[in-house]
Ligand binder design. Structure first.
Ligand code: UD2
Ligand code: MN
Length: 307
């Protein structure tokens, strides 16, 4: 056979290989799903797990939209020690390649370390008053977030995520997490029956959820969505926390209880699996293929201002 004949044969072979490759990868994308976990809620909202999305494809779709994701964290009292790891790990894994604006609320702006930000990632530090009880610090976030969205974020961001600071990123958290109203399934309860959920059970509280009701138990340490939807959420929770305070009752898990009540009445349009909120001290679970974001181990007695 002549040289050009061999070249032709080789070329044909590669074309056939390419064709089969495309067919095969097409199948892989279309068949991408999970059978060991629920990947959709009874109200038809997706639940995001590893294997339910194609990161390259979804990035390329969202790239066209030039979005900004506002991201809030609070570090008061001894919780400033968590800031460095949070920000450094976020810069490795959190919306890499997309616009992110972190808003960090602290009572000690002077002790916030310098962390090198990636392209299109910015940090704004805000001074807030210190509070004496950790419960008050945690609950007061709702009102501060409400005000931030109301007074500052319009035209500056598209989506917002509100996260705990005693946390660290270990894997990708990207545009697959974006949605109108987004909740994260709590790492203690993703596998538990509903009657074990630690909802507020006293009817006197605005966060009350009766036995037999409720869909999931959501983490207070991460939620998000479109500005308008998160504004409504934070406003409602702030109002309900105030009513409870006026009635001298504090929900069992503070604003997390109110968040769970809100999500019962206003279903999230997207849920994130506990890959997006694990705990360093938790053991492994078969369903968790990737840990993306996790609560770091902490000595409660040492870091909190009160028991
Ligand atoms: C995994 C998860 O869903 N965690 C929730 C849970 O316990 P946690 O044990 O995660 O609560 P926590 O001590 O981390 O407090 C929540 C957040 O408040 C801030 N903070 C708290 C104390 C302090 O001295 N300084 C300070 O800055 C900080 O941003 C912290 O991340 O319950 C809390 C309310 O009961 C919140 O709903 C948390 O989000
Ligand atoms: Mn926490």
């Amino acid at each position: 056979m002549s040289i050009s004949g061999i070249m032709q044969l080789r070329q044909n072979f590669f074309i056939i290989l390419l064709f089969f490759g495309m067919v095969l990868s097409g199948y892989v994308i279309i068949l991408q799903s999970r059978t060991d976990v629920a990947s959709v809620t009874p109200w038809s909202a997706p639940i995001i797990w590893e294997g339910t999305f194609d990161p390259i494809l979804i990035d390329s779709i969202y790239k066209q939209h030039n979005l900004t994701i506002a991201t809030t964290v609070f570090a008061l009292g001894k919780y400033t020690r968590f800031v460095k790891d949070f920000l450094e790990s976020a810069e490795q894994h959190y919306f890499v390649g997309f616009r992110v604006h972190y808003y960090l609320f602290t009572d000690q702006p002077e002790s916030i370390p310098e962390v090198k930000m990636g392209e299109n990632h910015n940090l704004t530090v805000r001074k807030v008053q210190s509070l004496n009880r950790w419960q008050d610090i945690s609950m007061s976030r709702m009102g501060k977030l409400e005000k931030l969205i109301e007074n500052e974020l319009a035209n500056k961001a598209d989506y917002i995520f509100c996260l705990d600071i005693d946390t660290k990123f270990y894997g990708r958290w990207g545009v697959e997490s974006l949605g109108r109203l987004v909740g994260v399934i709590h790492p203690w309860f993703f596998d538990a029956p509903r009657d074990r959920f630690t909802y507020e059970r006293r009817p006197e509280s605005q966060a009350y959820i009766p036995a037999g009701e409720g869909d999931f138990y959501y983490a207070g340490a991460a939620f998000g969505g479109l500005l308008e939807d998160v504004h409504q959420l934070t406003k409602t929770c702030r109002e309900k926390l105030l009513i409870d305070a006026a009635n001298s009752i504090e929900a069992v898990w503070q604003e997390e209880s109110h968040l769970n009540k809100y999500f019962l009445l206003n279903k999230p349009s997207k849920l994130l699996s506990p890959e997006y909120m694990w705990r360093d001290i938790n053991g492994k679970a078969d369903q968790i293929k990737v840990i993306r974001f996790s609560n770091v181990a902490k000595n409660y007695a040492e870091v909190r201002p009160n028991p």
